[in-house]
Design a protein around this ligand. Sequence first.
Ligand code: NAD
Ligand code: WQD
Length: 346
Amino acid sequence: MKTILVTGGMGFIGSHVCVSLLEQGLHVIIVDNLCNSNTEVLNRIDQITGKKPLFYPVNLLDEDALSAVFKRHNIDAVIHFAALKAVGESSCIPLSYYYNNITCSLVLFNVMEKYKVFNLVFSSSATVYGEHNPIPYVENYPLSATNPYGRTKVMIEEILQDAARADPRWNISLLRYFNPIGAHPSGLMGEDPNGIPNNLMPFITQVAVGKRDALNVFGGDYPTKDGTGVRDYIHVVDLALGHIKALEKLIASPNNNCVRSNSISAYNLGAGKGYSVLEVVKAFEKASGKKINYVISPRREGDLAEFFADVSKASEELGWKVERSLDDMCEDAWNWQSKNPEGYLS
Ligand code: NAD
Ligand code: WQD
């Protein structure tokens, strides 16, 4: 049985990927410092899969503690989710973002090298396409970013490109997520943001349960189908299955013999089409039977009018594409929020 180390596995996306890994019969070890998550996630994973992953409450910045995990277990591959991810906050405390995201990645990659673990799936983001590339975004576009969070993703991708160029034992998948929403269909796991949600779907679900009065729709005058921002929303379970496909490809083609040269590859994980904010609101109202009050507000600084993915590379090379619709995303997000109005503390 292969052993997969999942950094940040207690978080929104990581927890769903852990479920998919366990369902594939893989052995899962989570390393997470719980700075944006809760140990209740372990019980929920257990309720869904009948298995509890091994959990180490370790900060990735702590090289000795991380090394001890690698020493104790025979790890076949790493999926690296751990990061701070709030775009707005990253402009207020950029040094904390660079320190946490970049340093913890460097510590991890160095420990992996020391223990000769070269299979890596890295959580990147559509944010690496910056603001000047035409849509749909294609993997070979030049990368840039408009905020410190996004720059940490560009920098880590570049660090990994350099590592792979220098040492062909590295076998790396860079997964660029578009807008992950939704929740596990059981209603046991979902997105549980601290404080006021920054992202659209958790804000909508909190309006639906009465925790917030109204959604501020950021901008009603974009050059889009209805004037509101358009994004490529992807169900978190489809996203999790994309990780399984990427991992299968890495493990099936271990790159340890210095022969292959193309040992690092980026993939867009999105649906390949865009929905406007008002289309999401409407779909959510249909799924939940709740009226979502909204107010058209000024544009949010740094937002783009519209972006979505070209997903042909993931389809051709990984054999992956999304199977869940916007309606599924809304139904599952509502199922999670209505059963857990206070998130994991409900
Ligand atoms: P999340 O905050 O729910 O999960 C991240 C986890 O990492 C948390 O459990 C947190 O406690 C942990 N963590 C952070 N710093 C750590 C450290 N130094 N040591 C150990 N653990 C640490 O976020 P998420 O939405 O699940 O995102 C997972 C990854 O996907 C992140 O890298 C994020 O940048 C990326 N991503 C997310 C989105 C999105 O919209 N959610 C989109 C694109 C990319
Ligand atoms: C979606 C749409 C908003 C909230 C962010 C990061 C990106 C990636 C995914 C990590 C936009 C509008 C939102 C609200 C609104 N994360 N909106 N009212 O900004 O596309 O992407 O998450 O890598 O890097 O930037 O996602 O959910 O914040 O916004 O009108 O209260 O909803 O303007 O059009 P975004 P989002």
